[in-house]
Ligand binder design. Sequence first.
Ligand code: C5P
Length: 218
Amino acid sequence: MSFSVAIDGPAGAGKGTIARYISEKFNLKHLDTGLLYREAARLVIEEGGNTLDVVRLEEIAQKVDTHHITEENLRTEEVASVASQIAVVPSLRRVLTQKMRDFSNDITLAYQGVVLDGRDVGTVILPQADVKIYVTADEQVRVLRRTKELESVAMQTVLEGIKARDARDGNRQTAPLQIADGAIILDTTFLSIEEACEKVAKIVMQGMSDILVKTKIS
Ligand code: C5P
């Protein structure tokens, strides 16, 4: 049995930490899908920052190697902003989505399945995921969390970055951030990260036992 968990939500909602926790607790292979967009953005910036040349953007997307992305230098506001600008381009998304699906289909016996987190995991990448969760939180709380993470960036800059990304990610034509059909919504505004992780762990556990029951019946 290969079990799949899709976790989506806006920046700073806690989905990355939750996905890592779930991955360790249930032995699921994990992919932070935002890192692929960030890696493509890094390559774009390296080439001079042209976010409009869609042919080149598709070529850059081809270069992204799902198995060799290092987070170093990818967690900056500049990279995040360029990532969300290029994420509106359908041809680039097609290439990265395929890479994410390939990653998810390549599960060795060492794992029970996969957990992917991002913006369109439950809606586009893995619409058949066994468990779908939409993690959200109030904008102010998300800004505070991100400011703590980024340390040297002013809160106003983080606020503007998050507002711009929320707007672009939520309003783009292709794969906008949306609550997937069948997703359970978790609002983490008043939860500690530990509480949020435990809530999601319970949901995943329930999903796993539902599947076991179904497998036994059929
Ligand atoms: O999750 P993270 O903040 O690292 O993602 C960076 C950007 O990549 C997002 O703002 C979004 O524009 C894009 N992204 C996406 N689809 C995903 C994951 C990330 O469009 N599945």
